[in-house]
Design a protein. Structure first.
Length: 616
């Protein structure tokens, strides 16, 4: 349990663990900064405490982490559960699955802002230690980020070994710095009671409404708690939060508030000013390391989410490289890596400091939290079969809190909140266009293809020349003849002595057990249908699959096996299906997708591609 808990501290809590760098300061600075009065300071502090307790501890740690898809968490896993629970209610299912996909799309906006704001927030310590170095903050942050993304290709297994201890040291440092300041002004602990929070909200609702846009920064990273459940398990993540991370964060937030109550000028950077002057350089180095770790967790999350989206049919096939022989989750996707880096560098140069970036940050987080609340309500009712009254009593307050946070953050849209909305909208359009386009393509292909049983009957009645060896046809339609087979028969006038139609199906579970991996059904005339099942976190590997078949008696000699793949040339038309601009977008995405043979790791010297033209 202890190694898993330490690992969770290093990976899961990097994002929420770096929030003290900027959260309290943001509430009192910037265009919506609150007046720096004792009542406001204690009010904001109390709201931060109750937000951490209700949103993180009760909502995510206690409730949402119960909703696992065979041990896996995250918004796509939750969406899969909702889809399963709404079988037979197609229209509602369509809307809620679409909502889940939009929540996943917003993650990319969050994935761009988190590294930018975390690294900037850490490097801004330079301005506190040596004001003359303020001009170097942005260049140093950019250099750190470029170096971080440059090492992704080599994998993070070595770095991962130190993530846990470094973050453990970070949280201990947070706790010690905060506790020292609380000791000088223990009256700040009064904010633990709900009185200050209620008085702050009811006494001046307008002020509180604005403040919620900054308070939400304290709970960023909650999605990581849920998404990383499959890596560490529910119990280590819960114990690490309750007994270590939560107390350390509280001590630091209360310490910052105690410092600002005694010296209002410290609001310029209360985090770094908690430390004595001699300790600020080591604190800067430790904060930078923590920010890099927080960024790494988001980058790895973007890779994992993209792979899941590819497997679930929402994203074109992209080149996926494995950086570890032992850990299946250690992957690297070049296109996503460089896309993220370009966007993050643009954010750092464009916004220039963490206060400005805070305006862009909250929208993505609060949107994801709101979607999680809606989806978990469906899970409570449809899968857990909880009584309607119980589900409402639990779900309604959470939904109201999320709506309040989202409404408050809507004020930030002109100042940068538009960015994650734009990114989320673009990614959502791409994902749904690909899903819809693939369904349309499969329908067009099925309409033009011959039924498989009729084809086999014709072969039996009038057999063509059969040549030695095995032909494996990769096909998405199980009951139709692949176009590649028809073209091969038409032009070459021969069939292999054994023909296998291989269909790879991705289930809505993370991993498929080996015993359920595939099934082979004879169709007659030495034709066989083979259906291979993979989870959305599995990596399809055709050679490995065929080796496993050989061990179970259905032998493939790779030197006598040829793989046939259809290569479709798509043409956008005004035929009913999708809007013309979406068809053109789908055609463009198809041209840039990785070939099926490469994605499924088929040996390139055994592949035969046969083209066909399809009008969408």
């Amino acid at each position: 349990m202890l190694p898993l808990a330490v690992g969770a501290i290093g990976v899961v809590y990097g994002d929420i663990g770096t929030s003290p760098l900027y959260t309290l300061r943001t509430a009192f600075t910037g265009s919506y900064g609150l007046a720096l009065t004792p009542d406001n300071i204690l009010g904001v502090l109390s709201v931060i405490f109750w937000a951490l307790l209700i949103i993180v501890t009760l909502k995510y740690i206690t409730l949402i982490m119960r909703a696992d898809n065979r041990g896996e968490g995250g918004i796509l896993a939750l969406t899969a559960l909702v889809s399963r629970g709404l079988e037979g209610r197609d229209r509602l299912r369509w809307w809620l699955v679409g909502l889940g996909i939009f929540g996943a799309s917003m993650f990319y906006g969050d994935g761009m802002i988190t590294p930018a704001i975390s690294v900037l927030g850490a490097v801004e310590g330079l301005g506190v230690i040596a004001p003359a170095m303020h001009a170097y903050i942005v260049p140093v942050a950019v250099l750190i980020l470029v170096a971080l993304f440059a090492v992704q290709r080599k994998g993070t297994a070595g770095l991962g070994a130190v993530f846990g201890p470094v973050m453990a040291l970070w949280f201990v440092t947070l706790a010690v710095l905060g506790a020292q300041q609380i000791g000088r002004n223990p009256a700040v602990l009064e904010a633990l009671g709900p009185t200050y929070a209620l008085r702050f909200i009811t006494g001046n609702p307008g002020t509180a409404f604005v403040a919620f846009g900054a308070v939400v920064l304290a709970v960023t990273g909650t999605e990581a708690l849920y998404a990383d459940m499959g890596h560490f398990g529910r119990s280590p993540i819960r114990r690490a939060w309750i007994f270590f991370v939560f107390p350390a964060l509280l001590l630091n937030y209360f310490g910052q508030a105690a410092l600002v109550l005694g010296d209002p000028a410290a609001i310029q950077n209360p985090f770094y000013l908690l430390a004595p002057e001699w300790g600020r350089v080591p604190l800067l180095l430790l904060a930078t390391a923590a920010a890099i770790i927080a960024s790494q967790a988001v980058i790895s999350g973007a890779f994992s989410l993209t792979r899941a989206a590819i497997q679930m049919g929402y994203c074109p096939r992209l080149t996926i490289l494995h950086t570890s022989e032992r850990a299946i989750g250690q992957i690297y996707i070049p296109f996503i890596n460089w896309m993220l880096l370009a966007a993050i560098v643009a954010l750092v140069i464009g916004f220039r400091n963490s206060d400005n970036l805070a305006g862009a940050y909250g929208i993505a987080v609060t949107t994801a939290m709101l979607i999680d609340s809606i989806l978990i309500f469906v899970v409570m009712r449809r899968l857990w079969k909880w009584p309607l009254l119980v589900a409402i009593l639990i779900g309604a307050p959470l939904l109201l809190i999320d709506l309040f946070f989202l409404s408050s953050n809507a004020l930030k849209i002109p100042e940068g909140g538009w960015f994650p909305i734009l990114i989320g909208g673009v990614v959502f359009t791409l994902l749904t266009t690909w899903k819809r386009g693939r369904a349309l393509l499969m329908r067009r292909l099925a309409d033009d293809a011959m039924p498989l049983d009729l084809f086999i009957q014709s072969i039996e009645a009038s057999p063509p020349t059969r040549v030695p060896g095995t032909a494996v046809f990769l096909t998405s339609t199980q009951n139709r003849v692949p176009h590649a087979l028809l073209h091969n028969l038409k032009h070459n006038k021969v069939l292999h002595e054994r023909v296998v139609f291989l269909t790879i199906v991705t289930q809505d579970i993370p991993f498929v057990p080996d015993e359920e991996r595939y099934e082979i059904k004879p169709l007659g005339c030495d034709f066989f249908r083979m259906v291979a099942n993979y989870g959305f976190k599995d990596d399809p590997d055709v050679p490995e699959l065929l080796e496993d078949c050989g061990r179970r008696g259905f032998v493939f000699d790779m030197m006598e096996t040829s793989f046939f793949v259809s290569r479709e040339t798509l043409i956008a038309t005004v035929t009913p299906g999708m809007a013309l601009w979406r068809e053109k977008l789908f055609v463009s995405m198809s041209k840039n997708a990785t070939k099926a043979s490469e994605f499924f790791q088929v040996p390139t010297n055994r592949v035969v591609e046969l083209g066909t033209q399809v009008e969408l």
